[in-house]
Design a protein around this ligand. Sequence first.
Ligand SMILES: [Zn+2]
Length: 268
Amino acid sequence: MLEIKTVDESPAAGDYVFIFAKDNAVVSLQRPPDQFWLRHEAEQAFGDVGVGAPLGYWAGRPSYVVEVESQGLNAMEHLSGNLYSLFGRVPDAVFAAYGRALQMLSWKRDHRFCGRCGAETLLTDGNKALACKACNHSSYPRLNPCVIVAVGKGEQLLLATAAGRATGFHSTLAGFIEPGESAEQAVIREVQEEVGISVTNVRYFTSQPWPFPSQLMLGFFADHADGDIVIDPTEIAHADWYSRDALPVIPPPQSIAGQLIHQFFAAP
Ligand SMILES: [Zn+2]
């Protein structure tokens, strides 16, 4: 897996580089996506790719994310696809590394200039921050914490489809944590807002980085306390209680939603 720590060597030909063209990961058709590019191979294929942003270490080698122009891609040699197309198709550690790479790249792109005074920024603090040359204001990569919750009622689980997003799945409810709110409070508020019921016994399960574009999903279980399902149609297209033997199509087991659902029905 990608070891997240400060890269203190100078960039070298033997570094790994994760290549993106806009938001698409670029892999070589000559080998599987978990055999990463070395810097000198990337330069051979695309010319000067710049230093990029350091990510940490993969298998003991410094690793960077770099950006190339889409026009430089050759359909006979390169495959470029959005990050989601890799989800579940490559080992989890490889997907997580690509996820970190895209988030660090997006952060660098979006903070080229200081949000406070508009001057240019430079990497600083062991490459962990972008600091303003003029006023010294620094920006760190931003994560957006979200809660995702499996609400149980006896042996039944609440599953819903989102309005306006054709995923084809019935899934657990999720939403962003608001400033000033605890994760548990967000669970209670989101469930109330989206399906009109109150929940109790909110308990933490596990978390998962979700780089679409930069969420950290915090998974919870909760129990139905009161009320019938009344959906908010701006958020939810359909919601109902489901039993183990009559499940609709659910998210893949690599996702935290899939894990919550599996765990709910696996519990004694
Ligand atoms: Zn500034």
